[in-house]
Design a protein around this ligand. Structure first.
Ligand code: PEP
Length: 252
């Protein structure tokens, strides 16, 4: 049995004061939702403030990115050990990082291996662009990103990894993938690639999230699918009622 997993990616939204406000509004109710791993991923500036508010709850904290090196001359970057001080989780390879900041399968892989080294749980994002989707390349792209991104991972660590299938055309667009389509990519592409990497038993233990315009209204459709183990949520994670509704849907 895979424990359902719901993570909120706040992207570049909320000042520290606003982050405190959002957590104070949604934290208590969210923490009451049973049997779901629930994670908030605010911007770096707010990690400390949010960490202080989450103490004593079962809510987890994640960063939205990290560098793979332990330290050094990498202006503006954040090292795994710095993230580990406050966070258990880190989002890696989000399509916005791939699109705007030049992340590649190779750099995502370096980051995944750094997460392994530091005992952070990576939420590794994969997903095809609209052009790739329309060209019928979804399976090829998602398989490649999964295999390359997780190359060299120790099978003993692999069960801690969370993979998020996020079709780029569905992120922030309101044009969510159908649950059937997401399920078939999760089952036939992502989990199949995980089996090739780590074997069946380990692959079956890895959570695969869907991400792309998930809301409180459509979340249950995804979570009813056998290979959709939760959601990586952008816009709706900034709305208290919506994010709590998504967590509750995952809990059923
Ligand atoms: C995301 O940021 O990973 C995401 C899926 O965004 P949204 O839920 O807004 O589509």
């Amino acid at each position: 049995m895979r424990t359902p997993f719901v993570a909120g990616n706040w992207k570049m939204n909320k000042t520290v004061a606003e982050a405190r406000e959002l957590v104070s509004v949604m934290g208590k109710e969210l923490a009451k939702v049973p049997n779901v791993e629930k994670v908030l991923c605010p911007p770096f500036m707010s990690l400390l403030a949010v960490a202080n508010l989450l103490g004593g709850t079962d809510l987890g904290l994640g960063a939205q990115n990290m560098h793979w090196e332990d330290k050094g001359a990498y202006t503006g970057e954040t090292a795994p050990g710095m993230i580990k001080e406050f966070c258990k989780y880190v989002i890696l390879g989000h399509s916005e990082r791939r699109t705007y900041f030049g992340e590649t399968d190779e750099t995502v892989n370096k980051k995944v291996l750094a997460a392994q080294k530091h005992g952070l749980t990576p939420i590794v994002c994969v997903g095809e662009t609209l052009a790739e989707n329309e060209a019928g390349k979804t399976a090829e792209v998602v398989r490649r990103q999964t295999l390359e991104g997780l190359k060299g991972v120790d099978p003993a660590f692999a069960t801690q990894i969370v993979v998020a299938y996020e079709p780029v055309w569905a992120i922030g667009t309101g044009r969510a993938s159908s649950a059937d389509n997401a399920e078939s990519v999760h089952r036939d592409v992502v989990r199949a690639a995980l089996k090739d990497l780590f074997g069946s038993e380990t692959a079956e233990a890895i959570r695969i999230l869907y991400g792309g315009s998930v809301t409180g209204a459509n979340a249950a459709d995804y979570f009813n699918q056998p290979n959709i183990d939760g959601a990586l949520v952008g816009g709706a994670s900034l709305k208290s009622d919506d994010f709590i509704a998504i967590a509750r849907a995952a809990s059923k």
